[in-house]
Design a protein around this ligand. Structure first.
Ligand SMILES: N[C@@H](CCC(=O)N[C@@H](CS)C(=O)NCC(=O)O)C(=O)O
Length: 209
């Protein structure tokens, strides 16, 4: 039997986005639970394949290691073009897709590294609170930008793309579902649609039960 794709992931993490991409592609992936926030022998193994100690990490059937969820969804989408997860180079939605994929990963997702672990960046407790609060506000500003740019029923209009998978999963993260429902109705509608997709509902149930 061919070596499967291996996904190092953790409950509630961005690994769920990659699992969702594989589910849409109908392609098998072996999920390895490696929560970076829990002590255990998996931590050293995780750091060996990703020195940042983060999940998700995708190990390809040929042994190539990929970090960065944005790179992974591009790969899955390109290897499974029939999914429409990644609009093709000549698709008019392509520039917006690339823009918002990088916004979601490089600007938005990246913030969690700082306010989940403020003690890594500043020693003083007051400074840690300030860092947490400022990042929380910056994150809400970014979500308002996303809300203004969102179409319906999917982020780019018709046709689910990888952006919708991010929006679905991130809806459960800070500032949490209730804030989204109150402030970002379009993102909320996209997230609900994604969670209700029968290919994806089991992933959400596993990640958020
Ligand atoms: N840029 C990375 C971010 C990954 C990330 O922040 N992962 C979180 C879990 S959702 C993590 O592993 N946090 C632990 C840490 O940063 O130490 C990506 O897009 O994959």
């Amino acid at each position: 039997m061919a070596t499967p794709y291996q996904l190092w992931s953790a409950k509630g993490s961005g690994g769920g986005i990659i699992e969702a991409a594989f589910a849409v592609a109908g392609a098998p992936v072996q999920v390895i639970d490696a929560p970076p926030w829990e002590e255990g022998p998996h931590l050293e193994q995780l750091r060996q394949i990703n020195p940042l100690g983060q999940v998700p990490v995708l190990v390809l059937p040929d042994g190539t290691v990929m970090t960065e969820s944005g790179a992974m969804v591009l790969l899955v989408g390109e290897r499974h073009p029939e999914t429409g997860l990644v609009p093709a180079a000549d698709d008019p939605r392509r520039p917006a897709f690339l823009r918002w994929l990088f916004f979601l990963t490089a600007s938005f997702y990246a913030t969690f590294r700082y306010d989940d672990y403020p003690e890594r960046w500043v020693a003083d407790a007051t400074a840690q609170d300030e860092l947490r609060n400022r990042i929380a506000e910056a994150r809400k500003d970014m979500l308002r930008q996303l809300e203004a740019a969102a179409a319906a029923p999917c982020f780019l209009g018709d046709g689910m793309t990888a952006l919708d998978l991010y929006i679905g999963m991130m809806n459960r993260w800070k500032p949490r579902t209730d804030w989204y429902a109150e402030n970002c109705p379009k993102l909320t509608a996209i997230a609900r649609r994604i969670e209700a997709d029968p290919r994806l509902t089991p992933i959400f149930e596993r990640h958020f039960s």
